[in-house]
Design a protein around this ligand. Structure first.
Ligand code: SAH
Ligand code: SF4
Length: 375
């Protein structure tokens, strides 16, 4: 199948209507001779009634619908694959207008329905354990493409007719959100908007590999969204060996920024720590981690994350239960708030980036088989 062209190649490609924040939609409507309430009506159709086309907006004049159509596309994503796991986790593979693939995951938690969104196609940070980092960043997603992931998952739920709502969002899919900062902030403002999806800021978490200058900027945004930092190692030597980003933002710089964030927002920070067998899971590492986070003890949590094996990174394996228990005990003895994260969707392509990379592999294999067959 020929791939459709990107925006640079194809000037006909319009932005998605989901790429406008509420304020931007109001400005655009005013600029085009409409009153502010018209924008509110459109916003309501998009995010409350959740229609799938401009034509369904029955209280908007035909002329204005035509103008909207002239300037915007509707949903920029096509659903390619949906995988449902025994525990209720659903993984979606979506196709972008330029043919690239991204994945989104819906997880059923005891507190609600949580969606994990992708922010970039590939990732340039290149952490040595991660499936997403295997593919260099091809492009940022725009905020319409990030918002559309939530809208399509919500549509999937709406179609089931059980009245279920996406209640939580984690920005933990493929990509480094702070390397696509402006689009991610616009996305957060859109899904948090009280007149739309109204997903509470405290129910949204953004995870970063540790771009210190962006953590400072995020502290100044004035939004109550949770921040998670992928730490994965308690000293510079080990962290630099598994996360290249630590060479640019070593722990001293990272923790300065985190302390600034905490002081500015008065909010807690979550540290993510993947348990890699005999790499970062020694009791001494747990003690180092406890010492590192001592000054922000009451304002931080540690999530110990089971490693999802990635076939291309076979130097890593999941820590044994004994090692996780011993690590956890050291943290607890030091008064660290910590939990071992529950897993979701282990029977489907669970790890971050795996559905996408496995689908691309399968597509490549199919193409090769076809080419061989054709001679
Ligand atoms: N780029 C951001 C957000 C996306 S990754 C970040 O790194 O924080 C989301 C989380 O998944 C990160 O904590 C990341 O370290 C973790 N992760 C990556 N690969 C994983 C794997 N194979 N198993 C378990 N967690 C993984
Ligand atoms: Fe990128 Fe996050 Fe994966 Fe690192 S862990 S390569 S930052 S997606």
């Amino acid at each position: 199948m020929p791939r459709s062209k990107t925006k640079q190649e194809n000037p006909d490609l319009k932005p998605s209507i989901y790429s406008l924040t509420r304020d931007q939609l109001i400005d655009w409507s005013l600029e085009h001779g409409q009153k502010k309430f018209r924008a509110s009506q459109i916003w309501d159709w998009l995010y409350k009634k959740r229609v799938q086309s401009f034509d369904e907006m029955t209280n908007i004049s035909k002329d204005f619908i035509a103008l909207l159509k002239e300037n915007f596309d509707f949903n920029p994503l096509k659903q390619r694959i949906v995988q449902e796991s025994a525990d209720g986790t659903i993984k979606y593979l979506f196709e972008l207008p330029d043919g690239m693939l991204i994945e989104t995951v819906l997880m059923r938690q005891h507190y609600g329905l949580s969606v994990c969104v992708t922010t970039q196609v590939g990732c340039n940070i290149g952490c040595t354990f991660c499936a997403s980092g295997l593919i260099k960043k091809q492009r940022d997603l725009n905020n319409g493409e990030i918002t559309a992931q939530i809208m399509l998952v919500q549509k999937y739920l709406d179609d089931q007719g059980n009245g279920e709502r996406v209640s939580h969002v984690v920005v933990m899919g493929i990509g480094e959100p702070f390397d696509n900062y402006d689009n991610v902030i616009r996305f957060l403002r859109t899904i948090n908007d009280d007149n739309g999806l109204a997903i509470g800021a405290r129910h949204i978490t953004v995870s970063t590999s540790g771009l210190a200058h962006k953590i400072r900027e995020f502290a100044n945004e004035g939004i109550q969204v949770n921040l998670a930092v992928s730490l994965h190692a308690p000293n510079n030597e080990l962290r630099s060996s598994i996360m290249r980003i630590n060479r640019s933002f070593p722990l001293e710089k990272l923790f300065d920024a985190i302390e600034y964030y905490i002081q500015t927002t008065n909010r807690r920070v979550t540290f993510e720590y993947i348990m890699l067998n005999e790499v970062n899971d020694y009791p001494e590492n747990a003690q180092e981690l406890a010492d590192l986070t001592k000054s922000i003890r009451k304002l931080s949590y540690v999530n110990l994350i089971p490693y999802n094996a990635v076939s291309e990174h076979d130097q890593y394996s999941r820590s044994t239960k004994e090692r996780v228990d011993a690590f956890y005990d050291v943290l607890k003895k030091n008064g660290v708030n910590c939990v071992v994260r529950q897993e979701h969707g282990t029977d489907i392509d669970a790890a971050c980036g795996q559905l996408r990379s496995n689908t691309m592999k399968r597509d490549r294999q199919k193409a090769l088989a076809k080419a061989e067959k054709n001679g």
